[in-house]
Structures are given as C-alpha cells and as structure tokens.
Design a protein around this ligand. Sequence first.
Ligand code: F6P
Length: 328
Amino acid sequence: MKEIKTIAVLTSGGDAPGMNACIRAITRAAIFNNMKVIAVYRGYAGLINGEFEEFTSSSVSNTIQRGGTILKTSRSQEFLDPEGRKKAYDNMVANHIDALIVIGGNGSLTGAQLFAREYDIPVIGLPGTIDNDLYGTDHTIGYDTALNTIVECVDKIRDTANSHDRIFFIEVMGRDAGFLAQNSAIASGAEAAIIPEDKTDVDQLAEFIGRGMRKSKNSSIVIVSESQKDGSGGALYYADRVRKEFPQYKVQVTILGHLQRGGTPSAYDRILASRLGYASIEALIEGQRNIMVGISNDEIVYVPIQRAVKMDKPIKKELIDVLAVLSM
Ligand code: F6P
C-alpha cells in the first residue's frame, strides 16, 4: 500500500451547511497525521483547471460556523467526459496528490465513483447535501440545518395562514427525495406532505383538506416536495387543483427556494461534519478506498460509493403514518 503524503479535498454540487466544518476537520486531521492538504476550488472544475492551494491549519480558522463552502462549488459538465477526468488526473499527478476527498451529494459522488474506477487513486466520498438522499448514511451534512430552516419558515407562514384562514402549499427542496418535506411536515404540524416516495392522489388530498376545513380547522399547511417525478408542477399544481375543487377556500403557494440551503450550520451538522471529515483521514490511513464515509446508529460506517449512489434510500412508512394520524 502506497503511503499517502498529500491529499486533495473539494466540494461539489449544491452547497450545504456544514461543508466548511468538514473541510476544517479534514485539513486538521490530515495535518495532524503529517499529510499535506491541497484545497481544490470550484469542485471538479477546479481539479480540471488546477485551481489548487495548499491549506495550513489556519486556512480553516473561523470557518466552522459558516454556511456555504469556502472552497466554492460547481456542477462540472466537463468532468462527465473521460477527457475532463483525464485532465483532472494529470493535474493530480503533476501536484503529487495521492488521494482525493469529495464532499457532495449524489451527482458528485457518482463522478467520484467514475474517477475511482478509471484511475488508480484512492477516493473517499463524504455525504454533503441538504437532500439526505444518499444510501448507507442516516444523515447527510446540511440536512439537519435545512430541515430546521424550513420549520422556522413554516411556523411563520402558519401565523398568516391562521390569521387569514388560508390554505398554504409550501414547496421545499429535496430533488427526488422527500426527507425534507416529510420531516418538516411532522415538525411543523402540517396537515399533509406530498412526497415522491408516496403517491398522492390529488382528489384524496382535496378531500382531506376539505374534511379538515369543514370539521374545525380554518387553515391548512401542505408541504410539497419539489420533485417532478410524478409529472406534476409541484406546489403550484396541487394548489391549482384544490382551488378548482374548493373555490370557497383561499389557497396560496410559497416556494421556499434557496433560502433553505444557506445559513449557519446547526450544532448537529457541525458535529456530523467534523466526525465524518476526521473519519475520512482515518479511512485513508487504514487503506480504505472508493468508499463513502457515513453515519449509522451513531457509528461511523464505510459504504462502497457505488452502493451509496445507486441504492434507494426509502422513507420509513412509520413517518408517513405519524403525519397522517397526528394531523387529524
Ligand atoms: O441537491 C441540493 C439541491 O438544493 C436540491 O434540493 C435542489 O433540487 C437543487 O440542489 C437545486 O440546485 P441549484 O442550486 O443548482 O439550482
């Protein structure tokens, strides 16, 4: 096994709160173990273009509390081509980089997996995305913060919903996964969640809201996952359908958008990011390669990157039942 003297670290895909805490942990754990740290700017694009900087321990001072990513990020099209990956590899060789750590979501780790297959270089993936959609880890870095941000927003919107007797359809991020929608609905006491994992019949939803409104509730909150898997247009689509069936109700839509993704990371995300970053260096020292480091039942786990990106991470049926019963 070749000794790892120099590692490179990059963030890729959507920024997520806690990425900086993770970069900090990787940098300091690597330096503690006498490794040199090369920070790569703008994700894979920076690997291709050689946007490198050697990090010292103080490069990551005063960053643990900051949202976004100090390394900047991108979704590189060029890295999807073998030619782009070859350029990236050549840059790594030219800079004597022995291993690569990628912090990102599904698309970013898919890129990491391709790279690891083609070139004989250890690659470690770390789950960094607000979507929580990577298999093999209970949580991804950024998910907890985004969830709390959504709940805070919904609490505020509920004040207006209540005061004006309105039904609000609130659209949240999550790409093709409903974790943010389902759990924010439970945490905010919403009446329903529409998620890609559980097909919602629009008529059923209208029925449900109508029943609730007639019974006692004068206002309703429905959280809609942004996923377009079901061919619908998210919150706008469901709101329109309910408006048609219940013209007597005042229906409004709020799309939370990118305000869900930024902001100071929660304590949970900072700790998770620190643990995963630290563990990624331990994993490299142990000789691990082409794995994602995740967390399961509060223990660090290694998951082959291929499984992390390919396998479905289902939403527990229990969460669907909890919301259905508690929102009566
Ligand atoms: O993957 C994170 C995420 O925020 C998704 O929830 C969302 O669908 C997507 O990124 C938005 O990407 P962008 O910021 O590039 O529009």
